[in-house]
Every structure is written in C-alpha cells, then in structure tokens.
Design a protein around this ligand. Structure first.
Ligand SMILES: *Cc1c(COP(=O)(O)O)cnc(C)c1O
Length: 321
C-alpha cells in the first residue's frame, strides 16, 4: 500500500490516463449571480460528469494504475454513495471485477445503479457489522485490492484533474470554493491551483454540523468527530486523511462551513435559475460563495459543483419546502 503524497505531476499523469474516458465538463455562468455578488462567478459542473459526480475521475485513475496481477484479482470498495458507482463503472470500463460493500438499507436507486455497472454487491447490517472489517476479509481471503474513497494518491490525483481543467478553461482565479468530506477533492484541487493559479485563495467547504476539517485546520492536526447529521451525505467523513490533511494544511486558505438551509437555497437557485440538478453535497462550495462566507466582491471566483446524485423524492422535498 503506497502512502506517497501526490504532487502536480501526478495530476498531469492522471489527465492522460483519463483521456477521453471522463467528460471535460462544462463551465457555466449566471448573470443573476454575478450581479447579486458583484463578482464574476464560474461554475465547474461535475454534476454532469459520468456517474453524476467527480468521483469517477479518482476511481478510474486508481483502478487504471493497478498492476496486471491486481486487476486480475479485482477490487473492493465500501461506500453507499458516489464512490461505489465510480469504482463500479471504472472497473467495468477496465475489465476488472468490482465488489462493493454496502449497507443493506442503502437507497434502492444507488444499489441498482451500482449493480447496473456490473459490480457484485456485498450487503451488511449497519447496526451489527463493520464494513471495513468485511472489506478487509475480502482483501485477505480473495486477494482483492481495496480502493479507499479519498486517502489514496491516485484517487487524489484523479480528483484534482477537475480543477486542472477548470483553470485551463477559465484562466487564473482569485478564489475557489470546493466541497469537502475526507478532502480528496480539495487536496487534488489545491495541487492544481498551486500549479496553475498560485495566487488563488482555495477554500474547502463542509457542513457546519460536521466541521472536523475546520477544527483540524485550525488545530494543525487531524480531529475526529462523531458521525455528523447533515443533508450533505457525501461529506459526512469523520476525519481528514493522512495524505489529504498535509496538503490541505499547507495550501488551503481556510475551511468554511455552511448550514443545511444554505445548501437548500443553493439547490433551489440551480434548479430555477440555471436549470441544473445539484445534490446537497454538491452545493457546499456554492453556498459558501453565495452567502459571502469570505468577501468576493469584484473578484473572479470559481465554484466546483461536485455532484448531482439526489434521490428524486428527496429532491422534490428540498425544492418545495
Ligand atoms: C465524495 C463527495 C464529496 C467529498 O469529496 P472528498 O474527496 O471526500 O472530500 C463532495 N461532493 C460529492 C458530490 C461527493 O460525492
């Protein structure tokens, strides 16, 4: 298991590995928001990425970089969300067998999507079983390789290709707002910004209820918290990673927080004004920018929309309330 901290060259390599496999997602703008904030705002739409989230980038890069022997044995991931679908689709495209460990009460739509990409699902009971243990026994008994959701150099490098493209397409920015869970996306984004727009202030944004990243950043060491409660279900990590944290500590300007109400407001803005579906977690960066968690007036700012996978009935509820 490699624990090397990735660098910008790894993002360049990941871009080559991804090639045309990942979409070069569009960058959208909104005159309404530009006027409201008196700023120039660019939205990088990873909600329109394959599997509906940026996680395809890191997942594909990680599976593609395995040795022939590892690929033959197959991979395992534990996730009920976007990482599961990323590993399932990446594995299918690369001809690798994927096993996904999911709670038996995971949303049916997510189970079906993951199975639809040809992955084997191993379900477990959240109350009585430990998913990491189940995954570890598959590693030991069947020789599978575990692909973690964020704390892996190839995953971080893959995720960073989104901001690499973003900055190549729009040029240098004054500030960037990036959703954050375990910090894979943020750390990759920091490597890209450091190389392509070194004066840009890069902010990680997490739910207020789960501000372990902010606590860690302020304290200078990784702080673990109890399972948080927020509608941002892709950002409920209980602690940053051993690889992601050092990069965040070194290069992030700050870690900001937003409330669930601010996420809902942002979701409504994207639906009504920009006609795009963004999941609650995907709105973290946007909510911080829209509410001016830091001053943005007169600046060129980038907002990464990280995903668009939201259960339709839940989405309808968010839009209505
Ligand atoms: C996983 C995920 C995140 C958080 O990514 P990390 O690399 O864990 O910080 C943000 N948004 C969406 C949509 C995700 O699926």
């Amino acid at each position: 298991m490699t624990t090397r901290i990735p660098v910008y060259d790894d993002l360049v390599a990941a871009s080559k590995v991804l090639g045309k496999m990942a979409h070069r997602t569009p960058v959208l703008t909104s005159l309404t928001m530009n006027r409201r904030l008196d700023a120039q705002v660019f939205f990088k739409c990873e909600n329109l990425q394959r599997i509906g989230a940026f996680k395809f980038r890191g997942g594909y890069n990680a599976v593609a970089n395995l040795s022939a022997e590892q690929r033959k044995a197959g991979v395992v991931a534990f996730s009920s969300g976007n990482h599961a679908q990323a590993i399932a689709l990446a594995s299918k495209l690369l001809g690798v067998a994927a096993t996904i460990v999911m709670p038996h009460d995971a949303p049916e739509a997510k189970v079906a999507a993951t199975r639809g990409y040809g992955a084997r699902i191993v379900s477990y009971d959240r109350q009585t079983e430990d998913r990491e243990q189940i995954a570890q026994s598959l590693v030991q008994e069947q020789g599978l390789t575990l692909i973690p959701p964020y704390d892996h150099p190839d995953v971080i490098a893959g995720q960073g290709t989104a901001v690499k493209e973003f900055l190549e397409d729009v040029g240098p920015l004054d500030a960037l707002f990036i959703p954050m869970g375990g910090g894979g996306l943020l750390s990759g984004s920091l490597l890209a910004a450091q190389a392509l727009s070194p004066d840009c202030a890069v902010y990680g944004v997490e739910p207020l209820a789960g501000n372990d990243g902010q606590q860690s950043f302020r304290k200078g060491e990784i702080v673990h918290i109890a399972p948080p409660n927020s509608i941002a279900d892709g950002a409920l990590a209980q602690g940053l990673g051993k690889l992601t944290f050092p990069i965040i500590k070194q290069y992030a300007r700050d870690i900001l927080t937003v409330t669930d109400e601010q996420l809902v407001e942002a979701m409504r803005f994207f639906a009504t004004r920009m006609k795009i579906v963004v999941e609650p977690t995907g709105c973290l960066g946007a909510a911080a920018a829209f509410n001016e968690a830091v001053p943005v007036k007169g600046q060129r700012i980038g907002v990464l929309l990280s995903g668009g996978n939201v259960d339709l009935s839940a989405y309808a509820g968010f839009l209505q309330a």
